[in-house]
Ligand binder design. Structure first.
Ligand code: SF4
Length: 213
């Protein structure tokens, strides 16, 4: 990468991390998946209960495999043939997990986490319940402000997710949000985590790679 472009990217990351810290969230940077797992192992103890919010980033970085390796009590939302009732139970039990893992749809340079959920289980657990929330996020998801976060979701994350999930929504056909009234709409709970009352509860780990949606 051109060194001046790298400098710009680094300054943006630096501002974002500083502002997250000002909002009582911890911010870390890792270069690759190995460093990421090492960092996560500093925050988690073997045997503890862990749960995850739906996230491609967690799959792509190997975090899901790491959590399923038998050293943790993994509340498995991805179990084969899981029933609707079992899934609901996993979502509810996740509030009592020691550590909750998720990604974010966008993080603003002001140090805020913006997310749009279909059922709200992810944002609910991020907001309240687990004592530790570990957010793994690509540096590509840093945006200027809330307006840019909303735009990113409408033009990128949500249509891509709807397409991935094979939803019968207009965005999965045209490639941008049409604020639909579809039965299969995936955008229902819009949240902005501005600040944390408990310092360090949310730990954001940035990874310098294009990941997730
Ligand atoms: S509101 Fe509907 S059209 Fe817009 S992104 Fe969500 S699912 Fe797609």
């Amino acid at each position: 990468m051109d060194e001046n472009i790298k400098w710009l990217k680094d300054k943006k990351l630096e501002r974002t991390m500083e502002n997250l810290e000002k909002h009582n969230m911890e911010a870390y940077y890792v270069q690759d998946e190995n460093e990421l797992i090492k960092k996560i192992s500093e925050f988690t103890k073997e045997g503890e209960t862990v749960a995850v919010g739906g996230s491609m980033t967690l799959f792509e970085t190997g975090v899901i495999d790491y959590l399923k390796n038998g050293n943790f009590n993994f509340l498995d939302r991805y179990k084969d043939d899981i029933s609707g009732e079992e899934l609901k139970e996993v979502y509810r039990k996740s509030f009592f997990a020691d550590s909750y893992f998720a990604s974010s749809n966008a993080i603003t340079e002001n140090g805020e986490l913006y997310n749009v959920d279909g059922t709200g289980n992810r944002v609910a657990a991020m907001i309240y319940g687990p004592d530790k929330v570990i957010v793994v996020v690509s540096t590509d998801k840093i945006v200027k402000d809330l307006d840019a976060a909303i735009k990113r979701n409408q033009e990128y994350s949500a249509p891509a997710n709807a397409k991935r999930l094979n939803r019968k929504t207009p965005c999965a056909k045209v490639g941008y949000c049409m604020d639909c009234s579809s039965e299969e709409r995936i955008c229902n709970e819009y949240t902005l985590i501005k600040r944390q009352p408990i310092k360090g509860r949310i730990k954001v780990i940035f990874i310098d790679k294009k990941l997730g949606y």
